[in-house]
Design a protein around this ligand. Sequence first.
Ligand SMILES: [Zn+2]
Length: 222
Amino acid sequence: MGTLHSSALPINPSGLGVNADLTPDVTQDSSQPAASAGCNCYLSNHTLVSRIDAAIKDPDRTGLDRIFQALQDASLHVSSYLACARCNGGCPRLINLAVLHQRQVSLLCSMAKNPAAYLGGAASEGLRFALGAYRLPDEDDLDHKRIALLGAARRIDALVTSFDDRVRSHQDAEMVGEPGIEMTEAARLNLRWLLDVARNLKSRLKVILSILENANWTTAGT
Ligand SMILES: [Zn+2]
């Protein structure tokens, strides 16, 4: 457990299956470039996906501090990406964000299922919450890590809810369209994929949050 595979697998909306990622098997609308000129949004998105992937694939070599930092950076990136005037605000941006949100949720999922690998891995050994020179007792320290992760999961849940709203607004705009111009097959496929991703992520987050809300999570499986 705790490892993820990148192959395309069916959606598993009812559980925590770490293999439930959807891959963006969609057709890019050729009129809308995936990357924008003049800003770093696409590159930042790609870099964050790689950082989060590294934590999923090799928890032993990724300390909890770096995981929290990557999740925080991802949240900040989403805000600036959505505010970027240079980026195309349509489907390409939503697809890039979908890929990032998938990785965020996959990491949470992997951590929720296998706390020992992330809390007790080599890279996280010796990492403790501190207040000046004060160190928490071990048991409290573990619970603070759970609470910190729960906070990160709730922030990601809010991002995914907002993503879902954006996809639906985009769908409404596409449906209205320009008079006399029908929605292309590519646009239809992209929208269907985005709606599936949003639904899948929301459902997985619900399970993840319920696991992390359990005070005994840190000792699960040990
Ligand atoms: Zn941009």
